[in-house]
Write a protein of this length. Structure first.
Length: 603
């Protein structure tokens, strides 16, 4: 019995799998979902312990998967995939016009949109806060070699340079209009804070690395609307080809690019969602086995749900009011009814909002929970082993992370807060000390540190240990890069234009960072094997130098100098996925400065 190379059935809230994505709370339901989807028979079932680090006992079987956490994966048996891989390419373009009048529920929390005529329900929470911080002093040393820097964009893929550019013009447009009346939801919260002091000693990291510019890959650039802010790559029309969904900030649209089958795309279809769309997720929210779109607008603060019509087009949107300066946290089942719910971060009012799924693709009004000042990054993970996903929030203006434990019916306890560094920007929750308890890792933009908070085991956490990294860390990934079955930390240092690698010592502590020079202002990083040697490589988006950088793994936790690939102006979001069915990972990046998406095919 052999496995089918490159095909896994993935149960998770992510785009990790090239085949199917289903949210389920446990491995048994993943098995059932696999059978229900009629996609595959499975050789084996594995629960991940971290970001797509799916096979702790089988080295690097997660090769071409993107970064995600707490997933269940089944490896597909060779010859059993149903339907088989496509042999023909669809050539029809589809456009859809959607209009809708929506009734909105107004609440004090950022949430993902979906309309509901129900009155918003409020949850009054008393927030008790404990916070303590112990900081270990680390001196960061790094391997140095002289470098000529070059901008690079990351999201795990192969080393290919973009040279030939082909432009696809968007033609098919679908407009959606929504009008809303609001009913209000209020939240009361009292927070008791135990203050603690965190101190950390700066470490010095020497960072030099040569950059090679490659000119051998094929790059396709497609217009998608002004200032694309985020993209998702997933099959939305069930043809087994990954499509691109992108949110465009200044155009107030969500665009859909259907894959034509050879790494090129059909005409762009756009959906007018209004406001400033900041974040997007693609997931089946109404149990019809079609990928729907959930988008959150930063202003005026709306969650918008577009249901999939079945051929890659979408129905009229439904809107749900949240608060201004909202962002999407997660779309995941939090009340064990097998329906994905929406969690948003409401930055301006410092709350998180939870919109429970009614089961037909509509959602209840948000219930809000007070957190720290300006929540920015959200993870939803079971941290106390009760099989209920909890909410973990990085509070950008509050120097804290908040933990809200799930009561089991879709409601949450008041927050407990823990002190971290200044301006926590990105949070990841994963077991880093092999005790089967997920720990918290935070990139602190303002203090140029990474915080590690080890899980005590009952949903509480030890004081942070802070590790000095490069200037202004903006994105963090946690992946085993040296094949010792211990998860390492990889961080994109925006201010110092480096990528830092902190190897895991094995007890939840980490070595000083080794820094590698990349392009100017790296803001997004992916860690994935792009050259099929079973070693995860680093792919980084370099916002300031308009490049994507690929750093190949040498095999002992060190990396070669980056190879830089030119993309569009100011790349902001990067994804690594096989776009042309050749079993090689390609790079997809949203170019915020020139309103395009670039696809770099792996040569």
């Amino acid at each position: 019995m052999s496995t089918k190379a490159g095909w896994q059935f993935q149960c998770s809230n992510s785009n990790c799998s090239p085949l199917a994505v289903v949210i389920v709370p446990n491995i048994r339901q993943c098995q059932m979902a696999c059978l229900a989807e009629i996609h595959c028979k499975a050789v084996s079932f594995h629960i991940s312990s971290s970001n797509c680090e799916l096979f702790a006992d089988i080295s690097n079987q997660n090769g071409n998967l993107e970064v995600n956490m707490d997933t269940v994966t089944m490896v597909v048996m060779d010859g059993t995939r149903i339907p088989p891989e496509p042999t023909t390419t669809s050539t029809t373009t589809s456009s859809s016009t959607s209009s809708s009048s929506s009734s909105t529920s107004s609440t004090t929390s950022t949430t993902t949109s979906s309309t509901s005529s129900s009155t918003s329900s409020t949850s009054t929470t008393t927030s008790s806060t404990t916070s303590a911080t112990t900081t270990t002093t680390t001196t960061s040393s790094s391997t140095s070699s002289t470098s000529s820097t070059s901008t690079t964009t990351s999201s795990s893929t192969s080393t290919t340079t973009s040279s030939s550019t082909s432009t696809t013009t968007s033609s098919s447009t679908s407009t959606t209009t929504s009008s809303s009346t609001s009913s209000t939801s209020s939240t009361t919260s009292t927070t008791t804070t135990r203050t603690t002091t965190s101190s950390s000693t700066s470490s010095t990291s020497s960072t030099t690395s040569a950059t090679t510019t490659s000119t051998t890959s094929v790059t396709t650039t497609t217009p998608v609307g002004l200032e694309p802010s985020q993209l998702v790559v997933v099959d939305v029309n069930s043809d087994n080809k990954p499509d691109i969904i992108v949110a465009s900030w200044d155009y107030s649209t969500v665009g859909v690019l259907l894959d034509a089958g050879n790494g090129t795309f059909k005409a762009l279809t756009t959906y007018l969602v209004g406001g400033l769309p900041d974040s997007v997720a693609v997931i089946d929210v109404n149990s019809d086995n079609k990928s729907d779109i959930v988008v959150v607008t930063y202003e005026p603060g709306t969650v918008i749900v577009l249901l999939n019509a079945g051929n890659g087009t979408y129905k009229a949107q439904t809107n749900y009011s949240v608060d201004i300066e909202a962002s999407l946290g997660a779309v995941v089942d939090v009340n064990s009814d097998n329906k994905p719910d929406i969690i948003v971060a409401n930055g301006y009012v410092s709350t998180v909002g939870v919109l429970l799924n009614k089961g037909n693709g509509t959602f209840n009004a948000q219930t809000t929970y007070a957190v720290g000042s300006f929540p920015q990054s959200v993870a939803v993970v079971d941290v106390n082993s009760d099989n209920k996903p909890d909410i973990i929030v990085a509070n950008n203006d509050g120097l804290t992370v908040s933990v809200l434990l799930n009561r089991g019916n879709g409601t949450f306890n008041a927050q407990t807060t823990y002190a971290v560094g200044s301006s926590p920007q990105s949070v990841t929750v994963v077991d880093v000390n092999s005790d089967n308890k997920p720990d918290i890792i935070v990139a602190n933009y303002g203090s140029s540190t990474v915080s590690v908070l080890l899980n005590v085991g009952n949903g509480t956490f030890n004081n942070q240990t802070a590790y000095v990294v490069g200037s202004s860390p903006e994105a963090v990934s946690v992946v085993d890069v040296n094949s010792d079955n211990k998860l390492d930390i990889i961080v994109a240092n925006y201010g110092s234009s480096t990528v830092g690698v902190l190897l895991n010592v094995g007890n939840g502590t980490f070595n000083n960072q080794t820094a590698y020079a990349v392009g100017i202002h790296p803001n997004s990083v992916a860690v994935v094997d792009v050259n099929s040697d079973n070693k995860p490589d680093i792919v980084v988006a370099n916002y300031g130098s308009s490049t994507v950088g690929v750093l190949l793994n040498v095999g002992n936790g060190t990396f070669n100098n980056q190879t830089a690939y030119a993309v569009g102006s100011r790349p902001e979001a990067v994804t690594v996925v096989d776009m042309n069915s050749d079993n090689k990972p390609d790079i997809v990046v949203a170019n915020n400065g020139e309103s395009t998406v670039s696809v770099l095919l792996h040569c």
